[in-house]
Ligand binder design. Structure first.
Ligand code: ADP
Ligand code: ZN
Length: 559
């Protein structure tokens, strides 16, 4: 039995390593740097805890674990103590006296793992202590948890993380292991660059959460839709409902409560004591539904959350993945349910446009939003798309692929015989379970785009969705007559389409980048480079049945 294995058994009581854990542990014990990408629940902690213990036993001193999550620090230190490991934490919850006591133990070499908040680690005072340890060769490793916090592209940017480069610069030679449960290619590259992990070996696990069923519905009356979903699928079960605004959180929690759901509100505007109380109830009682903004969830480990619902669309796929990932940590079936509509698209675009960020940043945000829209509009497997966004091909190539260990191992380490196929299905998302009926919206899309073009040519300005649809459907509104748009050749050319159908087409055109919404100019619609292919009829536009097709163009999706 190897040393890591014996630590795994004796200290943690586990029979074997999961997925890439063994390789990561070996690599770090040997003094290598590592970047670990593993989904929530995958078992990241052991990846630095075991090397810390092993290196400490070899006389190499203390491991410093940087973590932004105070609650998590407490839990982990408590669990390590129970397992007989000397662990401690330094964060703002300690009194000066308590902190001093920890520092004394640290300098005496009595601590195996020290958890510290990032802003703590980079203070001159703490660095001086690290210097002292380093001089005596008593720094065994640095673990940087939640490493995506270093990236401004991530959903949880923490500027303090930027200062962590000092660890590499000041203590070259001390191995570093950075870990995260969310990172698309861009964030990953940012972590490598910002933390100077160019030489680090990357360990990428599968991000698949096979027990989560993904469903995305078109938003109509979202409160009713949500209630029906909860009552039918999850009566009496614990869940989280994410909303965009605090006001919406309050209203929805109220409505759900009145309908007999044990719902509680949670957002950053609530009193700290109330927030704490609601969180405690959610964790301790059965069947509480937390209605929350994204302020809720990070570091909260409740295994039996049976559903996560989004009544408003998140900003991007990382956010969506992170939030839905809080469902079903126990491995039992769970639901990720989202309702979205044209208004969500417009709102998110507006938030990007109105943010004070620079143009480059906004471009990245728009790209990320578009990827989420494409996921929402997809008529094929959601899981394939979701994992594809994280650079993963589904189904997995490796024979030992599977939750939560995943099968990809270190980058480039794919084994096995299964060839990932295009048009793959997971059997556990709405589109796979009930392949949507689709209708061909190509004609409607071309007519919409050419109306937008003609209106622009005719009046020299752009208009919003409502007006464009009115023209196409041949409605002589005041605005139409005011601008003489009834004289356009496309006027009334799409009379057979309902407004709802056209909305669906517009949404998909926006989602695929064939049309842009200019939030700075009254949400007017503008053609893009991507419009051309649709206009020419080169790019078919297929729409879900839920956007109610005209009966004659209805077709069953070919599988
Ligand atoms: P993460 O930080 O990746 O979300 P954790 O490190 O908290 O995941 O681990 C998730 C759960 O899996 C924990 O309960 C942990 O004890 C358990 N676990 C981790 N590795 C193993 C293993 N090799 N065998 C059994 N259980 C494990
Ligand atoms: Zn699927």
């Amino acid at each position: 039995m190897t040393l890591p294995e014996s630590i795994l058994h004796e200290v943690f009581g586990y029979a074997q390593f999961r997925g890439p854990q063994a390789a990561i542990v070996d690599h770090v014990i040997a003094g290598g740097d590592a970047l670990v990408l593993m989904p929530t629940g995958g078992g990241k902690s052991l990846c630095y805890q075991i090397p810390a213990i092993a290196r400490q036993r070899a006389g190499q001193g203390v491991a410093i674990v940087v973590s932004p999550l105070i609650a998590l620090m407490h839990d982990q230190v408590g669990a390590l103590h129970e397992a007989g490991v000397e662990a401690a934490f330094l964060n703002s919850t300690l009194s000066g006296e308590e902190a001093n006591a920890v520092e004394k133990r640290l300098l005496r070499g009595e601590v195996t793992l020290l958890y510290a908040a990032p802003e703590r680690v980079t203070t001159p005072r703490f660095l001086a202590q690290l210097d002292a340890l380093h001089e005596r060769c008593q720094l065994s490793l640095f673990a940087i948890d939640e490493a995506h916090c270093v990236s401004q592209w991530g959903h949880d940017f923490r500027p303090e993380y930027r200062a962590l480069t000092v660890l590499h610069e000041r203590y070259a030679g001390v191995p570093r292991i950075a870990l995260t449960a969310t990172a698309d290619a861009l964030t990953r590259a940012d972590i490598v660059e910002r933390l100077q992990l160019e030489e680090a070996r990357q360990f990428v696990s599968s991000f698949d959460r096979p027990n989560i069923r993904y469903t995305i519905v078109e938003k109509k009356d979202v409160t009713t839709q949500l209630l029906r979903f909860i009552e039918r699928e999850h009566a009496g079960e614990a869940g989280v409902v994410y909303c965009q605004s605090r006001k919406r959180v309050e209203e929805l929690a109220q409505t759900l409560s009145e309908a007999g759901v044990a719902a509680l509100p949670y957002h950053a505007g609530l009193d700290a004591a109330v927030r704490q109380k609601h969180q405690d109830r959610f964790l301790r009682e059965d069947g509480i539904v937390m209605v929350a903004t994204i302020a809720f969830g990070m570091g909260i480990d409740k295994p039996d959350v049976r559903f996560v619902a989004h009544v408003d669309m998140p900003k991007n796929i990382e956010g969506y993945y992170q939030e839905t990932g809080r469902a079903g940590r126990d491995g039992q079936p769970a639901d990720a349910w989202m309702a979205y509509g044209l208004q969500d698209v417009v709102n998110q675009r507006r938030m990007i446009d109105e943010s004070p960020a620079g143009e480059d940043f906004k471009q990245v945000m728009v790209g990320k939003l578009d990827a989420l829209l494409a996921l929402a509009e997809a008529i094929d497997c959601r899981r394939v798309r979701l994992l594809g966004y994280f650079g993963e091909t589904y189904p997995h190539a490796s024979p030992d692929a599977g939750p939560p260990q995943g099968g990809r191992g270190p980058l480039g380490g794919q084994r096995g015989h299964e060839v990932p196929s295009v048009g793959a299905t997971c059997g556990n998302c709405d589109n796979c379970l009930t392949p949507p009926q689709v209708w061909d919206g190509t004609d409607a899309a071309r007519k919409l785009l050419s109306t937008i073009y003609r209106v622009q040519q005719h009046s020299g300005i752009s208009f919003g969705a409502g007006h464009i649809m009115d023209i196409l459907r041949g409605k002589t509104t005041e605005k139409v007559t005011q601008f003489g748009h009834e004289r356009l050749s496309t006027f009334g050319l799409g009379a057979e389409f309902s407004e709802q159908q056209l909305r669906g087409v517009l949404r998909q055109l926006i989602a695929t980048g064939a049309l842009a919404v200019n939030a700075q100019a009254f949400n007017t619609l503008q053609l893009t480079d991507g419009s051309r292919a649709v206009l020419k009829g080169e790019l078919p536009v297929m729409l879900r049945e839920s956007t109610a097709a005209p009966a004659r163009t209805r077709t069953r999706r070919d599988k």
